[in-house]
Design a protein around this ligand. Structure first.
Ligand SMILES: [Zn+2]
Ligand SMILES: [Zn+2]
Ligand SMILES: [Zn+2]
Ligand SMILES: [Zn+2]
Ligand SMILES: [Zn+2]
Ligand SMILES: [Zn+2]
Ligand SMILES: [Zn+2]
Length: 1714
């Protein structure tokens, strides 16, 4: 068509025309032809649709408006792999149900059994779909009762309705073309529009689905020749003809009588069909799949889609196989992504089962995958036989003539690569629908087919025992075998069984079971199986058919009460023997592995055995086999059965040589194994019921008897095979009954314990079942643990008194059904009795036979006696003669029968007594006397199961005697014989004078035993004392953490040093200093060696003080001109510093007046161990041999970057804190001892002198130490980009050094204070040792000058200023009342002699307090309305201060004044609190033992004032005190200075003198109390630089921002940089970050990081790392508090052992960590 005749139609015109029906048909046709049909320009097309589809509005407006009319009942939100979704077992109908986070949060699942999970293959939200989940789980926006919007207005949707079919056609054209060209850009752009439309709600979805399924539309589309040309139908035809054909399996089809194969119908009838075809041939591209799935909320479309999908199912399955050679294929997960949406719904499944051959389609495809069609393309198969997934069965006996059975090759790539998985998972998935299950079970074709299919897995992965060499290559394929059996065969089995309701017809069930028996027989036949010919060293753990038989039989008996004779060949012993052969072999093999007989096959066989018996799977494997054995034992002749079992376990006792071919250490293990198995056959109840609370209880008690357990450990180990089982509330209920919950606990310097469940002690007496525990443990240690705990309980409760080991309390068996109780028949077996006889004999002769073997033997004897009651004794035929057994099955007769062994004649009875003698020769006579006495007594009923070997042995004798007269006589005779034999021996011994009399001997032995007992008791007491002491001493506790012992065994304890050094205040401290330090390398003390010694320490930069914060009220905000109600200390001090700079005009003078250095200073700690500089030097040289010879100077061996570990305690260290004492330096005492403290101080100020280190080496070390500290701070200052250096360069280095000194000291105190304010009382004990005193002295030694001018200013005492002062006298400084008093305090302390007495110290504090006092008084008077004189409750010259305030005119600057009700005296004291706290802390550290206030409590200012010996007024207030003759003059000078400055610098003075806000220790940002909330807020981070979204996020608890883990490759360079900047900000000393994906806390230091625990625990007090369980997690406040304390004290080293470096990280290392 010629473009010139085109009539232009605007979108507005199109919409208007469609609404009123006046559309110009020609114009419309022209529009479509030009812009759609003839247009292959993709950008033009996209443009056209975006422009015209919305009509009279933009696309964004359109989608937004039409979304308002969304009427979707089902959410249907689609997500891709690795997205977090929710699953609620309470709400689900189908096990595959899942819902999106939004719907979960909008619904109500309170109290439900739900969890969050990471979607493996992607999925869709089922909310609103009542065929998949219950309505009560719907969110309020989905389901029937959702709010219904109005119908969509015609004018809004009309253009879209018109154009959508065309859009789809164009899309199909793009598919056709891209399939040929391989270019998918075109379809992508169109797909984007389609997705946009689909996401706009149900109205447009309906438009799309209507067109997609419209047959007429597609007919026209494909039959119009002109359209065909334009739309490249030739590409379609080409591709279509290449589609592979799949045929139905003939045997499955109803009309399989016809010979012709029935192909899958892949005809194309709708656009949907064609899109599906392209989707399939292009390997299910993710975006296209997503688009199709997004339309599924439309139910009718879902039906059509499922139908189409099934028609192409065959093509897809062929594709799977074709792609299996590729390294990775996305097809399996995408296929499951689709099919799980379709088959989970029972409505859909029912429909497609009836209409679309659902079962036949899936089964045919499965079969074809394993058995490639034999009829059609035979030609390919011939040359590559090894390609087949099936191989000849290794268990088969090869026979030239007959073909042998086939078995799956688990190493085949279809298995290894999980290619079969999607199809089988679809099959198992549809089995969750009852109708499907019943159809399959009742249709012989289907069920037989399934059994035939399972036969391929019967006996897969055969292990062959290696005896010669250890195998070099351990195959990994065994895992696939377990996956197949558990997730396919067993999963399907549970589906079948769970759908057998109580009303299911018995006859049908019997038919089903018979089919299974037949299949097993067929399988055996295919192996040419002959019992005697079978290889005894081949072992498979996979017998799916046997397990089907076991489980169906179990249910038939228990649920339907069907006599097993109805389905088992009970009258055919041969068939029974054949049936039990393989399960028995597997169980024996399992024990062989546990007995280390398969060691040379490597670890993998052990893993197989453990998986086989793992509780979570055992119901379908180990327990199923066991049940089958028990069932067959009920019908097989007992002797035959026992003999078979004994042979299978290689029992060597019957061997005429007495020895077997087994290795000696295997013999005992296997003997024990066969005994366990025999006990278990009679006394163990396999757990085969899918839900039985009694069995769950047994399992839980078994688990808890071994040890205290986390909830998840219990849950994991309680088998719950049924996939559709609803909630596991039952476990919780039972747990509450049988155990006590131990709440999670925290210790500051110890472990964090999660919540655990501990068994209630009384259950050991009533319920503990040792046999069950043995059967459940693959490690004997577990059983031993439970036995020890049982023994402990028995001893503790005094239930049984004995010095001998308590035996396991084996229980009397109970049977779940009368049919099964027949298993006791095997106890009436002469073969068994003979075997027990041999066991007893072996125990009495052979030292290697353990007591374990004895107690199992005794238990079996006991059971035989008890069951003999019920059984009629039958004389055995002679068949058992060959192994020399008893002649009868009668246990009583056999007990008495004598056998000759060697040259002795023994019976079971004589052996029992012989064993008793062997064990208890000391009191044997006593014991047998007791026995014979009790035998004479009429009735004895020993029902208790608690006892030692004597108890159980004698019990057997009592039982036998009581039940049988012949036995009684035999026992009595034997006892009499032993007695006389014994007496004879005694006589003989009496006749021999050399030996002690026997009676004496026993007395002696008794005494010895009593003595032993006493010693044991004493040892126990000592043990518990030790434990008690350990608990009292927190330092010892820190030792448990893996940091090896240090402080506990330390010869030198800092606290001791501190306290012994500081008793009397008037004596110079130096002379008291007498602690000897011992070097941890050479073990010599300080005085022994010339080399300086020091404490091994760590210094780390800490910004914590700068993070202290204050809450500001409105008044304070206004006063400080701060827009926020929160201010950090850093900001506040920055503000005041600016004011000081303004006043002094010199930054360095400002620094002198207010030293803020402590905000960003070092925290210095030590483990308390000391080392010589020389020793450290050689230690470091040994560590780093490549570095050149180090000098002894400290800076040479300890540059700022060196890190090492303490040689003693292995804690990390990077510095050496030098230890000097008075012997190292000379002090000149130039003042009179009689002078007052202030006179002494003044003397020293007038004639300053500093102690001099006598050795040059010491001097150099000190300098290196101090400059090293300063260097660390400076390098940090320079690193921080946003902070210009506070100290300008022209300032003298001495001045800077002095500031660092005072700042470092103050920083130590601030850190201590922060800890005291955040820790609780209990933690006080655990405080790390303080090294303040040592640091104080070191800094004092190095302090560069004297503050003479300052001294004169503050005291009013005339002091000539020398060159030793900081400033020259002409320098004017800001008024003293505007400076920081604590800065002044440190300056004065550093100016005084090194060891001032405590009363001298008090004087200095008092002097500075005077400033603090008047400063605060000024601030009160300025801020508050003028008080009356009566308001002053203290005696100070207030008037001059008031006058000064008036003249300063500052009061006028305050816009509103606040009145505070407190008396002024009290206000004053409160304002002084900070000053008093710091001063007291210094005094405490330097002079006293007792902390002046209690940790965790706010100290009282008055208490501190009196601690500091300040001048106290009558009413107890701290008052100024002067030391000069003219105090008024001093005060006037202060006030005058202030007044003048205030007049000149009004704003600055105002900020400086007004009350400082109250600052609190730093806190973490608030985090939600539920982890789910935190997860949804922070689990994703969108990077604005690279536009990627990352879900590896860290939330910083300090600044509250999100970061991407910088060690992950998904992080762009900007993010990495951002992360590093963050480290500089928050990681000093350590950033505390929450790893959102794993729930763990990451502690990030500047160069390394480590993992701490999770702050969130579930309702069972348990962590959930990586959110594997996905239960709701709650913030644990105790853990949060501990974390904060660890942060504030920089003591993470105590709890984190592994610090990882950022640089050395392999990708994905995290997985290794967890
Ligand atoms: Zn949803
Ligand atoms: Zn919803
Ligand atoms: Zn729910
Ligand atoms: Zn040394
Ligand atoms: Zn140490
Ligand atoms: Zn980025
Ligand atoms: Zn941060």
């Amino acid at each position: 068509m010629d473009a010139t005749v085109a009539i232009d139609l605007t979108p507005e015109q199109l919409q208007a025309g469609l609404i009123d029906g006046t559309l110009n048909k020609v114009a419309l046709e022209n529009l479509l032809t030009v812009n759609v049909h003839e247009n292959e320009n993709i950008d033009g097309l996209v443009q056209f649709f975006l422009q015209y589809m919305p009509g009279n509005r933009t696309m964004d407006e359109f989608t937004q408006q039409i979304r308002e009319y969304n009427n979707a009942q089902i959410c249907g939100l689609i997500w891709n792999a690795n997205v977090m979704a929710y699953r609620c077992k309470t709400c689900s109908i189908s096990p595959c149900m899942s819902i999106c986070a939004q719907c979960f949060q909008n619904g109500n699942h309170e109290g439900h059994n739900y969890n969050m999970f990471k979607s493996q293959a992607g999925g869709a939200c089922d909310c609103g779909d009542s065929s998949v989940m219950h309505e009560f789980g719907f969110c309020r926006f989905h389901g029937e009762s959702r709010p219904h919007p109005q119908a969509v207005p015609h004018d809004l949707i009309c253009c879209a309705e018109l154009l959508i079919p065309h859009l789809l056609k164009v899309f199909i054209r793009a598919l056709r073309m891209s399939a040929v060209s391989g270019d998918i850009v075109t379809e992508q752009k169109l797909l984007e529009i389609l997705n946009q439309l689909s996401n706009s709600g149900s109205a447009l979805q309906t438009c799309i689905t209507n067109s997609l399924t419209d047959r007429k539309l597609y007919d026209e589309f494909t039959s119009d020749p002109s359209i065909n040309r334009l739309y490249h139908i030739e590409f379609l035809n080409g591709e279509y003809s290449n589609l592979p054909t799949t045929y139905f399996l003939e045997t499955l089809m109803v009309d399989s009588t016809s010979d012709s194969l029935i192909p899958f119908d892949t005809s194309l009838r709708t656009m949907l069909d064609e899109i599906m075809m392209w989707c399939v041939t292009t390997h299910l591209p993710e975006d296209l799949v997503r688009f199709l799935l997004s339309l599924l909320p439309d139910f009718n479309f879902k039906l059509s889609f499922t139908e189409t999908f099934l028609r192409f199912y065959g093509v897809i399955s062929q594709l799977l196989v074709e792609e299996s050679h590729l390294e990775t294929s996305e097809i399996p997960s995408r296929l499951v992504h689709i099919s799980v949406q379709l088959f989970s719904s029972n409505v859909i499944a029912d429909y497609v089962m009836d209409k679309c051959h659902l079962i036949e389609v899936i089964l045919s495809c499965i079969w074809r995958m394993f058995v490639p069609s034999t009829d059609q393309d035979k030609q390919d198969d011939d040359d590559d036989d090894d390609e087949s997934i099936l191989k000849a069965h290794p268990l088969a006996i090869t026979n030239e003539d007959t073909p042998v059975g086939m078995v799956v090759d688990v190493e085949h790539q279809l298995i290894v690569k999980n290619v079969y998985w999607p199809l089988l998972s679809d099959f198992v998935n549809i089995l969750s629908q009852e109708k499907v299950v019943l159809t399959i079970l009742e249709n012989k074709k289907y069920f037989n087919f399934w059994l035939r299919f399972l036969t391929f897995f019967q006996g897969m992965n055969v292990n062959e025992r290696i005896t010669s060499h250890h195998i070099e290559y351990e195959p990994q394929a065994y895992m696939y075998a377990f996956t197949i059996e558990l997730e396919i065969s067993a999963a399907a089995m549970w589906c079948f069984i769970n759908h057998l309701k109580a009303d299911y017809p018995e006859e049908k069930l019997i038919v089903i079971i018979k089919q299974i028996v037949m299949s097993i027989n067929d399988w055996l036949e295919s192996l040419n199986f002959q019992m005697d010919n079978a290889d005894h060293w081949k072992l498979t753990f996979h017998l799916p058919l046997h397990r089907y038989l076991a489980m169906f039989a179990y249910n038939a008996i228990h649920k339907f009460n069907i006599d097993p004779a109805a389905f088992l060949p009970t009258d055919n012993p041969n068939m029974l023997m054949n049936l039990m052969f393989h399960p028995l072999r597997t169980i024996a093999g399992y024990f062989e592995v546990l007995s280390n007989m398969w060691l040379r096959n490597g670890q993998q066989v052990t893993i197989q055995a453990k998986t086989y018996a793992k509780t979570a799977f055992s119901a379908a494997m180990h327990d199923a086999d066991f049940f089958l054995l028990q069932l067959i034992a009920c019908y097989l002749e007992p002797n035959l059965f026992i003999e078979t079992v004994l042979k299978k376990f290689h029992s060597w006792l019957f061997d005429s040589t007495g020895r077997s071919s087994l290795d000696p250490n295997h013999q005992i293990a296997m003997l024990e194994s066969v005994l366990i198995t025999l006990c278990a056959l009679v006394g163990f109840q396999p757990n085969n019921a899918s839900r039985d609370s009694q069995q769950i209880r047994t399992e839980i008690i078994g688990i808890l008897s071994v040890g205290d357990r986390l909830y998840s450990e219990v849950e994991e180990n309680v088998p719950d095979p049924s996939p559709s089982s609803a909630n596991r509330k039952e476990i919780e209920t039972i747990l509450n009954e049988v155990s006590d919950f131990q709440t999670p606990s925290v210790e500051l310097l110890g472990h964090l314990h999660q919540g655990k469940y501990a068994i209630k002690g009384v259950l050991f007496q009533t319920d503990y079942d040792p046999l069950h525990v043995i059967m459940r443990s693959t490690k004997r240690a577990h059983f031993q643990n439970s036995l020890e705990r049982f023994t402990k309980y028995v001893k503790h409760e005094n239930l049984f008194k004995s010095d001998y080991p308590i035996w396991p309390p084996f229980r009397m068996p109970k049977y779940s059904h009368a049919y099964i109780s027949k298993v006791q028949r095997i106890l009436q077996s002469s073969v068994l009795h003979h075997f027990l006889f041999l066991c007893l004999n072996a125990y009495s002769k052979d030292k290697t036979v353990t007591e374990n073997i004895l107690y199992f033997t005794i238990y079996l004897l006991e059971l035989s006696l008890i069951s003999a009651d019920k059984a009629s004794s039958v004389v055995v035929e002679t068949n058992a003669e060959e192994i020399g057994a008893f002649k009868t099955n009668d246990i009583f007769q056999n007990l008495c029968t004598l056998f000759s062994i060697g040259n002795e004649s023994e019976s079971i009875i004589t052996l029992l007594l012989k064993i008793l003698h062997k064990q208890r020769s000391n009191d044997f006579l006593e014991l047998i006397n007791t026995i014979s006495a009790r035998l004479k007594a009429a009735n004895h009923n020993n029902s208790s199961r608690i006892g030692d070997s004597y108890y159980f042995l004698s019990n057997v004798l009592y039982l036998a005697a009581q039940m049988n007269a012949q036995c009684r006589v035999a026992i009595e005779q034997e006892i009499e014989r032993l007695k006389s034999q014994y007496q004879q021996q005694q006589k003989q011994q009496q006749q021999q004078p050399t030996t002690t009399k026997t009676s004496d001997l026993t007395a002696e032995q008794k005494r010895q035993r009593a003595k032993n007992r006493q010693q044991k008791l004493l040892a126990e007491i000592a043990q518990s004392q030790k434990k008690f002491i350990t608990q009292q001493n927190p330092d010892d506790q820190s030792m448990h953490l893996g940091t090896p012992p240090s402080l506990g065994s330390d010869p030198f304890s800092m606290d001791q040093a501190m306290t012994t050094a500081t008793t009397a205040s008037n004596i110079p401290v130096a002379s008291e200093y007498s602690v000897e330090y011992e070097c941890c390398v050479c073990r010599l003390t300080k005085s022994d060696v010339q080399s300086p010694i020091g404490l091994i320490g760590t210094t780390c930069l800490s910004l914590l003080p700068s993070l202290e914060f204050a809450q500001l009220d409105e008044y304070e905000q206004q006063r400080l001109s701060i827009p926020s109600n929160k201010i950090t200390l850093e900001t506040y001090l920055h503000l005041t510093k600016q004011c000081l700079i303004q006043i002094s005009e010199h930054p360095y003078i400002a620094n002198h007046c207010q030293n803020d250095h402590y905000l960003r200073s070092l925290r210095i700690q030590s483990c308390g161990h000391s080392i010589h500089v020389d020793c450290l030097s050689s230690y470091l040289k040994a560590l780093h041999p490549n570095q050149g010879a180090a000098e002894t100077a400290l800076n040479a061996i300890l540059p700022a970057t060196v890190n090492f570990r303490c040689p003693l305690c292995r804690q990390s260290a990077n510095t050496l804190i030098l230890l000097f004492d008075h012997t190292d330096y000379s002090i000149t005492h130039n003042h009179q001892q009689t002078a007052s403290p202030v006179e002494r101080l003044h003397q020293s100020m007038v004639n300053p002198s500093r102690p001099k280190l006598t050795r040059v080496a010491d001097e150099r070390c000190l300098l290196a130490f101090l400059s090293g500290l300063a260097a660390k701070c400076i390098s940090f200052d320079q690193l921080s980009p946003d902070r210009p250096l506070l100290l300008p360069n022209h300032q003298s280095t001495k001045q800077r050094a002095a500031e660092f000194d005072c700042g470092t000291l103050r920083a130590q105190l601030v850190h201590e204070q922060m800890f005291y304010e955040s820790a609780n009382k209990i933690d006080q004990k655990s405080i790390r040792k303080s090294f303040y005193k040592i640091l104080h002295e070191l800094h004092h030694l190095g302090y560069p000058f004297y503050h003479q001018q300052l001294w004169q200013e503050v005291t009013g005492l005339l002091c000539p200023i020398t060159t030793a002062d900081v400033f020259d006298p002409q320098q004017t400084l800001p008024p003293i009342l505007l400076r920081d008093p604590l800065t002044i305090l440190f300056q004065l302390l550093m100016s005084t002699p090194i060891h001032i007495t405590s009363d001298e110290f008090d004087v200095i504090v008092q002097i500075v307090f005077n400033i603090e006092f008047f400063k605060n008084l000024l601030s009160i008077l300025i801020e508050q309305p003028v008080p009356e004189s009566k308001d002053f409750d203290f005696d100070v010259d207030v008037n001059s201060v008031i006058k000064c305030v008036e003249q300063s005119r500052l009061k006028e600057q305050i816009t509103y004044q606040r009145a505070i009700d407190d008396p002024i005296g009290k206000q004053l004291m409160n304002k002084c609190l900070d000053f008093l706290k710091t001063s007291s802390l210094i005094k405490y550290r330097l002079y006293s033992k007792e902390m002046p206030w209690t940790t965790g409590e706010e100290p009282s200012p008055l208490g501190l004032a009196s601690y500091l010996n300040l001048n106290l007024s009558l009413n107890g207030l701290a008052m100024p005190r002067w030391f000069c003759s003219e105090p008024r003059a001093v005060l006037s000078k202060w006030l005058e200075d202030f007044q003048l400055t205030a007049q000149r610098y009004t704003t600055a003075a105002k900020i400086l003198c007004l009350g400082r806000p109250q600052f609190h220790p730093p806190v973490f940002v608030d985090i939600p109390s539920k982890y789910g909330d935190l997860f949804h807020m922070y689990s994703e981070y969108h990077c604005e630089h690279c536009n990627r979204t990352s879900s590896d996020t860290l939330l910083c608890l300090i600044c509250g921002e999100i970061y991407i883990k910088r060690w992950f490759p998904g992080c762009c360079s900007q993010q990495r940089q951002r992360y590093n900047q963050h480290l500089a900000r928050c990681a000093l000393p350590s950033a505390v970050m929450l790893d959102v994906q794993t729930t763990l806390t990451v502690i990030c230091l500047p160069t390394s990081y480590g993992y701490w625990h999770s702050l969130y625990l579930d309702q069972h007090g348990e962590e959930d790392p990586k959110l594997k369980r996905g239960k709701t997690l709650y913030l644990d406040l105790k853990r949060l508090a501990i974390l904060r304390t660890l942060w504030l004290t920089a003591t993470f080293d105590y709890q984190i052992q592994n610090w990882l470096s950022y640089n050395s990280l392999p990708i994905g290392h995290l997985d290794g960590l967890l």
